[in-house]
Write a protein that binds this ligand. Sequence first.
Ligand code: UDP
Length: 316
Amino acid sequence: MAGSTHRRAVITGGAGFVGSTLARRMHADGWHVVVVDNLCTGSAYNIADLVQQERFEFVQANVSEGLDISGSVDAVLHFASPASPPEYLALPIETMKVGSIGTFNALELARANGATFLMASTSEIYGDPEVHPQIESYWGNVNTIGPRSVYDEAKRFSEAATMAWHRTHGVDTRIIRIFNTYGPGMQVADGRVVPNFICQALRGEALTIYGDGSQTRSFCFVEDLVSGILAVLEHGDAQPYNLGNPVEFTIGQFAELVTELVGGQAVVYQPLPEDDPKRRQPNIDRAKRELGWQPEVDVAAGLVPTIAYFRERLGL
Ligand code: UDP
């Protein structure tokens, strides 16, 4: 902002789980932070501590309908999108709009201001991967007409748009591919495996394993992810970076870990959702080698504050 020494960042989706954790860290690092969110899946609760602060602005708006931010902007970080499978399946058209028109609007804001643009992409762009672990050079295996395609293809399209603005307009761009991430700030009703298992265990309910539990995921603590995002923003280049924790679990093993930490619960098997990827594990060599970033928090350690957070959200 004119006369200010603080860099100013616009975070779309900044009231969401990852966006709000990023907003809090950037604010603590001295940034002026503008969060734009329509709260369709994000929550005012996530930014309640920030809204009273100096150098923080909250704009409740849908990024797909325009992104009218006055004053200078140094960075635009595009995190707006439903991100959990049940949420994007419930909001398929909104998900496609925010990953197309919303991305155009965010890119234009960056272009108009000469700002750095960072696209929050996802491991979902790899689909049900035939290459394991997934490396950035892998192009993916996505069902273009399956139920998950609304999210997968919107994010793939957003990557393409980011590269088009980079090549055509010379915008300084970044693309990060976020693998499964967990931590405080997730919604109780988010529907992903970490909130489901923890909330089920805390309520004394059986943990719902979809399929036979042999499918794998790798879980990154959100504060580690945010460190990676900032490393890419400050020191990265325009090619994509995988960000995630490479320690791989089967969902059955993960249910056991949650059970050990919260208390003994039964499991119940439910049908595997359509096109559910069988294996997912990031190859993070590029971020390690070029940015010196890697996750520091092991999953059991990261689950402790996450369980405490959900205990509080459930009023237990
Ligand atoms: N899953 C599960 N039980 C649940 C929620 C999810 O077994 O209550 C499985 C899901 O089928 C998938 C994995 O856990 O194989 C991770 O699902 P999540 O929705 O967290 O994210 P995804 O990685 O599929 O985007």
